[in-house]
Design a protein around this ligand. Structure first.
Ligand code: ADP
Ligand code: MG
Length: 334
């Protein structure tokens, strides 16, 4: 797509462990267009954070990006010199993490974090930066910003800290923000406020957003499109409406069923079983061992993507590709 701000193509990241090579991200591809929010959704351990860290090249050893391209504003980040990459982090791509406390320096005042971010990228002098920091805190709907700017992180509530993180992420006006489980550590009311803030920021600052979450409910009102990740692969991708109205992958349907208060009167039921050990994945579809609609074909090879509608693709033998329909393996049914 020519309009893509970020195009991730065949991204593969693995960890060398004693148990063998663990492929945490396995041929992941997606685009994010300007002004668009893509929700990346999957259970804990599905490879969402490793995807995010791979994009900004902060995967720590023994992890390594093995293959793929990450084209951001026309340049492949994976082949950029480290000093240019440092410019991209912050000025090109801002981040918001799950645990603001671990991203904030406890001995630095709130304002100093923003001033630091601006100065690293040469965007403001010290005095300008302070005024800009106050503006950004205000933009993040932090009341009494003139006073809060001199607070230390521990003086703030969890929700306030996340607002500060969002202000820092936006300081250099990056065109893309990656928010990795930004509301997971917060209680429900604060979660809703932070999501609303992200939506407002997207509109006001014109940013694109990669919103990572284990909770499909979080993306319902915030994302334009959704990519569902399971055991390192994207198994379904669709406009948010289609994900909720016409979920095609049994895993996506399972995630939908586990949204609290999802279907009226339905009890919360999580998908049975757990994400498989990524160092010893079963042959075929990784979800097959947990899938209630498993067929013999599922254990042979990982299904290719089928396009169901514009922008809606799925990797599941319930939706065979035109090619894979012809030779029916023994006992695979019709
Ligand atoms: P998510 O963010 O979806 O919860 P992660 O991307 O953090 O999942 O992790 C995906 C998988 O990558 C984990 O299940 C784990 O097996 C593996 N992994 C992540 N970090 C490391 C590491 N430092 N060493 C070995 N394996 C790792
Ligand atoms: Mg994570």
């Amino acid at each position: 797509m020519s309009d893509a701000l970020l195009a991730v193509e065949g991204l593969t990241t693995a960890f060398e462990t004693r148990a063998g090579t663990l492929t945490a991200v396995n041929g992941v591809s997606f685009d994010i267009c300007r002004g668009e929010t893509l929700g990346l959704v999957g259970e804990s351990g599905s490879g969402k954070s490793v995807t995010a860290f791979s994009i900004i090249r902060l995967v720590q050893p023994p992890g390594r990006v093995m293959a793929g391209r990450v084209v951001f504003q026309g340049r492949d980040l994976l082949s950029l010199p480290e000093d240019e990459m440092r410019q991209v982090r912050g000025a090109g791509i801002g981040f918001v993490f799950q645990e603001p406390m671990s991203a904030l320096n406890p001995v630095m005042r709130v304002g100093e974090h923003i001033v630091e971010a601006l100065r690293v990228h040469g965007l403001a002098t010290r005095t300008e930066a302070r005024a800009r920091a106050i503006d950004l805190l205000r933009a993040a709907r932090i009341g009494d910003a003139e006073r809060r700017v001199d607070d230390y992180p521990h003086q703030l509530s969890g929700g306030m800290r996340q607002r500060v993180m969002i202000a820092i992420a936006l300081a250099c006006r990056p065109p893309l923000v990656i928010a990795d489980e930004p509301t997971t550590a917060l209680d429900v009311t604060v979660q809703a406020q932070i999501l609303e803030l992200l939506r407002d920021m997207k509109r006001e600052f014109g940013i694109s957003l990669l919103l990572i979450t284990h909770d499909l409910g979080v993306v319902a009102e915030t994302a334009d499109r959704v990519a569902i990740m399971y055991a390192g692969r994207i198994v379904e991708q669709a406009p948010v409406r289609d994900i909720f109205r016409r979920p095609a992958h049994p895993y996506t349907r399972g995630l939908l069923a586990s949204i609290p208060g999802g279907a009226a009167g339905s009890r919360l039921h999580a998908i049975e079983g757990t994400v498989p050990n990524l160092a010893s994945l079963p042959p075929g579809c990784s979800f097959a061992p947990r899938c209630s609609e498993r067929m013999p074909a599922c254990s042979a090879a990982f299904p290719e993507a089928t396009t169901l509608a514009p922008g809606h693709s799925v990797r599941c033998y319930l939706h065979p590709t035109p090619d894979s329909r012809l030779p029916i393996p023994d006992g695979a049914g019709t």
